[in-house]
Design a binder for this molecule. Sequence first.
Ligand SMILES: Nc1ncnc2c1ncn2[C@@H]1O[C@H](COP(=O)(O)OP(=O)(O)OP(=O)(O)O)[C@@H](O)[C@H]1O
Length: 640
Amino acid sequence: MADQTAVTDTDATPRPHSEELEFVYNGGDSAELARHLTWRSLISRLPKLVRRSFALAWAVDRRSTIALLACQVISGLLEALGLFATTAALSALIQSASDPAHLTAALPSVLMLAATAGLRAILGIAIQGLSNRLGPRIAREAEYRMLHAATGAEMAAYDHPGFDDRYDKADRGVEVSRDMIGESQNLVSSAATLIAAAVVVGALAPVLLPLLVLTALPQALASVAGERVTYLATLRTFRDRRMLNMLRWYLSHKDQADQIRTDTLASYLLDKYRASGVRVDRTVDEATWQRAKISLVGSAVSGLAAALMWAGVMVLLGTGHIGAAAAGTLVFALRSASGGLHGIVGYGADLMRTGRYMDDWESFIDEAAGQRLDRGALTPDRPRQVALHQVTYRYPEAESDTLRKVDFEVRQGEIVAVVGENGSGKTTLMKLLCGLNLPTAGLVTWDGISTRDLDPYALWKECAVVPQEFARWPMTARENITLGQPQPDGDAAVHRAAAASGADAVITVLRSGLGTLLAREWWNGQALSSGQWQRIAVARAIHRDAGLLVMDEPTSDLDARAEHLIFTGLRALAKDRAVVLVTHNLANTAVADRIVVMEGGRVTAQGTFTELTARPGLFRDLWLLQQDRMTPAAQEDAAR
Ligand SMILES: Nc1ncnc2c1ncn2[C@@H]1O[C@H](COP(=O)(O)OP(=O)(O)OP(=O)(O)O)[C@@H](O)[C@H]1O
């Protein structure tokens, strides 16, 4: 049964140390935030939230924001005017019952009523239109700021636990940001209605004002309590909702589609999906029920207060404190005021909810800003020497160092190969060389200047990197090679780079050559094989013509011919570049001037291919293992 589907391994033998697939929530102490979700703190936050939403609106479209505010104020004034006109009209109409001559006296007030109602209707349309105009622009601005913060952060920010969680929450903030201006506008409009009506009530029967407040207070309190319940439920379901998102991606994305089928994994993952969904529904149901109970109590108490208020009107009328016309106006004003009060409570609650997500958005931007690329401004030349001096690197929150006191050097014109077993720190070393990460201790220098002191964007202009997991941009083949940064001789440079990487053979068979879209899934472009993509990725790095060329397993998917082409072409590339190469295929390291061997985050040996294959050590061991393959006949001989 779905309800009983556990998110555990169905393996019969218990494995005490098997880790459950479960997201660790690292998005900040939201439970603490929920504890502070009190009536008082919320009330004090409302003006701030309204200010924030108008500030965002101001940033995207000043004229519309001014127009919106002006319409609000005028609409509020017209409402007050309309209510006063109601008093005059009612008074004249009541008096006309005894003397019909008074009927004409009602005419100006009736005309005033009609005019204010008409004008308010027109203003309402303008307000709606302006809100609709501002909403999407605000959302785009919020998204832009979030993306700007993310792309401007140090790479290490992504390695901090919680960065992804916070990004997810901020993303939700972006989604709801478009509602913020509408909610703020409705809140201001309700406040204007309330003030206008309260002025009239205050003028006619001030004693009713406290009773008026009493009608809205219980509902306001219930609304805050209900919000808290919903927020806590959102927190409790956070892990399962992330799990659902993750599973949705794995279950539907093409990258895993083949393995889901051949590994007959679908039902196992779908069971996990259903189990998470059931847990989310259960928590949401509980919260909904709890909220309904709270709302019921709030509404009942509010209803009692309203009854008291209307009784007050009758007492005032009965005791002759107010006349019939004033009583009629009071009915209008009180209805209007309680509409305003309920609007404030309702839209206030909406704004609180949106504001909470916007807080996540703001704190993500602050956090990313705290990790903003804040380095020096020196501009490097094409580097003649890139070096690590006693460099130690530890990933954020990791328990041990990944690199330990590493010394390393590569010069222009030189090819250095870095080899080592999986997890020995080769990729980490590459990231430090090209300034993606800064060392925890020690120095990484470009021609003697620390990467901390160099302008990172100027430094990256001098880096060409083929990472293990390279991007497959949904763009044309040309754009995939130039990355929007063409060389002065345009396509000629693209063709040269393509010829050096073997990508020319790929481009030749593309239906529109360099202009072919390589984005099959999205725009019906042409699909490439993994090896064809890798040729494009290598062409991209060669085309860049940067002083430091870093290639991390650049030929892992290539056939022997393409791999041969790239490695035999490296010497020509190294003429005016420093080349660093990571490879597990040790035969390829023969082209290097020097080979650096890494073990457990340390450099344990250096030398030429001839020296290292002759000397006992890890390199020689790995080299011999790569030669150790027997034909089936030899295996049979050995078995005999
Ligand atoms: N983002 C990260 N956060 C924490 N630890 C990491 C991170 N990336 C890598 N590590 C750790 O650093 C160690 C070295 O990783 P690295 O990718 O540098 O190894 P490598 O030598 O390139 O391995 P491979 O040959 O498998 O590509 C690994 O043990 C890994 O656990």
